[in-house]
Design a protein around this ligand. Sequence first.
Ligand code: KG4
Ligand code: ZN
Length: 331
Amino acid sequence: MIILAIESSCDDTSAAVIQDGAVLSNVTANQTVHEAYGGVVPEVASRAHQENIVPVVQQALSVAGVQSRDLSAIAFTRGPGLIGSLIVGVSFAKGLALRLGIPMIEVDHMQAHVLAHFAEDPKPEFPFLCLTVSGGHTQIVKVLDPGNMEILGTTLDDAAGEAFDKTGKLLGLPYPAGPHIDRLAKSGTARFPFPKPKIDGLNFSFSGLKTAIRYFLERNRKADPTFIEDNLEDICRSVQDRIISILMDKLEQAASLTRIKEIAIAGGVSANSGLRSALQELGAELGWKTYIPDFQYCTDNAGMIGVTAYFKLLKGDFVGHDVSPNARLKF
Ligand code: KG4
Ligand code: ZN
């Protein structure tokens, strides 16, 4: 069974070919055009998807050595995401499915981040917990089986990736700032104490941290105009360590409450080197089996869409041509 998967929920246009659950190709075109605006501009993203989608799909087929007539089904991200971006992927999938006379499979982007772990070995065993941290979401998910996931905790305001990106904006770093903060933090020391929010249960909050960082920078720049430049690495390290400690605390609580020891991280922020080592360290201490995705499966990619679609294909879970994208899709 060969699936062509399309991902176009935000600012990455991606296509992948999956054969019997194994990823044969995973091609992503990143849209650098948004850097100039300090964030994703929805209309610009939608237009860039329109330009990228045909070459990206062609490359995914060619890397996999597959012709379009070999395809068994087409999978696409139905949501959540930017509506103008989703429309491009969904319309493309419909057009190709119609021409080839093959079925379509809709995929929830957040479930796909979680199931990205099935693109690689070793694969988590059910039930497992997944901390999904991206630009738009922060979730602790209990995964009972591929089609049965429960959100145990989520953010009450900003997402973890947003905390990185908004901090980066205050520091004058390019968008998305997560990878830049990660790189700078490596040679920094966490000597600036940023507050830890007191939120009950397994939910998160990052907006207080964002405000604290803004005031901290304003205060220090008044006294010393080159404060940011002179302390950039240490500021990055302090912020990054705080974001990681907020995430790891709740993950530890979730593991203890559910008594689950299969623990995964997913989403764009799971590419963060500090978070990756924090998970390994805490996992070794608490006897967890930890799962950290390969970089290509952290940020948005169609490989994860295809792997998720394969689980649905096995159940015959297809959709008709009346399907429409849903920017606020929830599972
Ligand atoms: O999953 P993703 O590609 O897109 C969404 O679905 O949102 O996540 C993008 C987010 C951005 O906020 C970006 O800054 C963050 O992931 N990110 C990182 C790193 N790489 C990407 N954050 C921290 N450290 C990184 N190395
Ligand atoms: Zn994502």
